[in-house]
Design a protein around this ligand. Sequence first.
Ligand SMILES: Cc1cc2nc3c(=O)[nH]c(=O)nc-3n(C[C@H](O)[C@H](O)[C@H](O)COP(=O)(O)OP(=O)(O)OC[C@H]3O[C@@H](n4cnc5c(N)ncnc54)[C@H](O)[C@@H]3O)c2cc1C
Length: 486
Amino acid sequence: MNSIVIGAGFGGIAAALRLKAKGYEVTLVEKHNDLGGRARVFRRNGFTFDGGPTVITAPYLINELFELFKKNPKDYIDLLPLNIWYQFVFDDGSKFNYSGDEINMKTQIGKISENDIEGYTKLVNFTKKIFDKGFSELADVPFDKPLVMMQQLPSLLKLKSYKSVYSLVSYYVKNEKLRRMLSMHPLLVGGNPFTTTSIYGLILYLEKKWGIHYSMGGTGNIIKGLERLMNEVGVKIIKGHEVKKIISDNKKITGVQLDDEQKINANYVVSNADPPAVYENLLNESKNNSFLFKWKKNRMEYSMGLFVYYFGTKKIYSDIEHHTIKFGIKYKEHLNDIFDNKILNNDISYYLHRPSATDKSMAPEGHDCFYVLVPVPNNQSNIDWKNEGEKMKNLVIDKMEKDLMPDLRENIIEDFYLTPNYFEKDLNTKYGSGFSIQPKFSQSAYFRFHNKSEIYDGLYFVGAGTHPGAGVPGVLSSAKILDKII
Ligand SMILES: Cc1cc2nc3c(=O)[nH]c(=O)nc-3n(C[C@H](O)[C@H](O)[C@H](O)COP(=O)(O)OP(=O)(O)OC[C@H]3O[C@@H](n4cnc5c(N)ncnc54)[C@H](O)[C@@H]3O)c2cc1C
């Protein structure tokens, strides 16, 4: 039996390996000349810039892919647990070192708000309950039938899934600094903490369960290890070719057509490309899609866009931790501007990555390597990034100079940036969103794009736009679902 996987993000690679382990012939087709999708690597003058994911959680999901073939993951990848997970920097200059050390967490929480220590403990206990249900039980369950969703509704309601993550955290914790810090996780998967269903509160506990890891040599080394594994076990990889059409015969998938007109026949096609873009551009949407499906697709709300500025410095900023998060002042208003009003706002929040804090190989000797990620509106905004890109770059440098890194501008010797245009044009994501559709309750589980296509026989989806959703653990779990449905 032949299968084709379209796209080599984490989800597509995991799908290819899982199908191969089940005995299928597998061809993986990737548009770019390198694998990884959002986890691609950019190398410039001795600096190694991981394009996207940097916070590695639930490492067992990566290890499993090697173990499927009786290989030792340690022969391919080197994951290092970090002591400080995130350093939060507040506007008054205070800092919070967020980690898995509960005694240290409570000491720091007590310094900000003695009364919130107990609420924090209760919050963690509650997120464990959400985790047990939402992750351990449901992350790799195919939600392709309404009955499966209906069976879960009572327990989801009991876990207060109708609340937002921010409102859940606010129930337990009263201090605004702590509320922001403990409710930021939806931003890691494309959601607004003020509207994302509290199911995603499970990420808080997921981090505690397995820790936060760094892949030595960068996240790109995980992709490299998985590519080596695919070559060893006989997954055929076609790089530098885009699938232009998924071929079907009366709603039964028969293969794909590439950008050089080559046709490849297949019994199964698994798409790691963004589902709405696939339905619109690679399939005959107007002919085949039902009214109900068109309605579902058209009412979807998309995650924010990302402005990512990669830079290398000739100075070493040894005070900067591996992961730093700085919130803007009018945080909620800023998120409204991004998600609802779709306009830019100078009061940015940002996440700063400094892999060279842990791994000197990421920058030339005596240098430092960074990226800074700023949530921005997706391309439903019609922002002209050709003009706004330079302005945003300068704004971010100004903010970082003021908040964290003195004399930054004069020390940058290498830089470039990506805008939502990259996500739309290069990665084929609708509206250039950073994480496909938003993780709202009305777009979770059965309400996302299904792992087994609701329209075509033989078509399957893995990756951020399908169940369970974005983030490396999410997309790896989506591939695990294939084991149950193919
Ligand atoms: C800047 C950034 C930082 C992030 N940080 C983290 C983090 O720290 N931790 C974490 O867990 N997650 C993080 N994420 C989220 C995580 O990276 C993504 O959710 C995940 O990697 C997406 O994987 P995916 O399987 O959906 O595929 P993608 O990475 O989206 O890859 C899809 C692939 O399909 C290819 N493709 C598309 N259409 C076609 C076609 N027609 N033909 C051939 N190929 C095609 C694309 O070129 C691409 O390679 C981050 C994301 C970004 C953007």
